[in-house]
Design a protein around this ligand. Sequence first.
Ligand code: AGP
Length: 608
Amino acid sequence: MCGIVGYIGEAQAAPILLDGLSKLEYRGYDSAGIAVYDGEEIRVQKATGRLKALSELTHDGATMPGVSGIGHTRWATHGAPSNVNAHPHYNQDKTIAVVHNGIIENYMKLRKYLEGKGCQFVSETDTEVVAHLLARYYKGDPLEAVTKAMHRMEGSYALGIIFKDHADKVYAVRKDSPMIVGHGKDGNLIASDVPAVLKYTRKVYFIQNEEIAALTKEGITFFNVDGDEIAKEPTTIDWDVNAAEKGGYEHFMLKEMYEQPQTVKDTLNPRIRDGEVVIEELGMEDGEICAVNRIHIVACGSAYHAGVTAKYVFEGLARVPVEVDLASEFRYRNPILQQDDLVIIISQSGETADSLAALREAKARGIKTLGIVNVVGSSIAREADRVMYTWAGPEIAVATTKAYSAQLIAEYLLAIKFAQARNTVSAQEVEGLLRDLQKLPEQIEMLLGNKGRIQHFANRYIAAKDVFFVGRGIDYAISMEGSLKLKEISYIHSEAYAAGELKHGTISLIEEGTLVAAVVTQEELYKKTISNIVELRSRGAFVLAVTNTGNREIEKAADYVIYIPQTNWYFTNSLAIIPLQLFSYYVSVGKGCDVDKPRNLAKSVTVE
Ligand code: AGP
């Protein structure tokens, strides 16, 4: 996600803004910019690429005199990485500058409204809408403009704002994206995250949702969304910089696991409009969707596991045949592709060599391609004919969690869109599916609250040598991801197995005390999987079951049960994977492994 800093005080703002942004570089970004009020104008400088480019452009801020300003590192979501799309963004007459972290879900509607009022936009971003909206509501009182704009915007936003006519203030606004305010001795600061202010102060205020902060060089005043002044207590930060970069979590992986509710919201909500699935960047009309005769999903690792789930969802909802391939296999097996096939490449990084090669193989044969990608402007995003983004923000931990959850959401939405276009689901069914999807963030939040119980269970298996994950149907796909998580961060051998396949050989490996995690979320298959659990326990296995609330018969069969809330059977992967992520995380921590940077692994496998 993006990084925001702001400063107002006695010192020159630009060097402080650049320094603050450098402390947020770990969050990942593709461009940066700063805006400083120089006594007459709000001047903006931006640069794509690393922050160093912006520092060089501004001679470390020396060419931008002024004591108040805002800065930003951009992780592209709407609009490719470019100078035009980089923040800060102005309104038309450059009397307001804005930096933003989050997603304005109704930005297209607001943009159309503002264009209708004569606003001319220069960028593709949702953020520029905020600058024009503030200008529309500004009649001399910045606070009034801010509160009115807040009532129009939907989605998540942390904003830093300066008004030319009130440059003795810097404004900060927060809704669903983090924002803090630092009270320093030589001035006051805003930032997306603590690391950016630690050099200047450890006295911070955490702005809550729909709160506004107005900073002057002397002090800070807080308001609610109605413009009423509110009192807030400061917190003294005792984290070191390293801990601060993880937001107080011990590892990036844990932080990113806890970002999953927001990631699901950010990937889901902007694409549900008036009961319809709207995937703006897809650019596939219903006719084109109906012409697709077969889908080939191609990916690696966790993205492949997400693809296995997608097979069930697409075939179940849209009745379109789906094949799922490992990219490293697809590219060499001379696949049989027909002209009306669609090849979907799923990739968090958008740079995985095998997945990129598979994309190029499909394109070389004239087959339509679609990328489900997290990194805007990455090779796969650029080279695929169509793209659908997972707005998970930058994922630092090598073991994917939030990006995987976002991939699942993207697939669910795409499958529903395909089903609607092909008329294989009723409007009522779609309404139910979307309702269940919108409950997922809260359900994931609830499951994450379970971590103590799972940590306790995980501690019993730190010395495990072999762990099995089994399931049927989508539960088998969930097992694949659960097994990979354990392997890659705890170095414990593990494998996922189709539960119905165990008796064809693998069950011979089961010994007294062997841990088997049985994923049992597909109600139609409960009895079958329970009978596999009985087979496993009769051979000495200790069976952990992950199943739906209400599946009481499992308690007679399994040794230990973790329940997930009820959801549509297509979506259970989004919930069942949470306890499995937590289990793997705590086993890894218990073993003292390097959770965020496991041995032998890279975040993006850009080599064959
Ligand atoms: C999963 O935790 C791993 N990081 C790895 O399997 C990853 O999913 C795989 O390398 C694919 O990466 P991509 O999504 O960036 O293409």
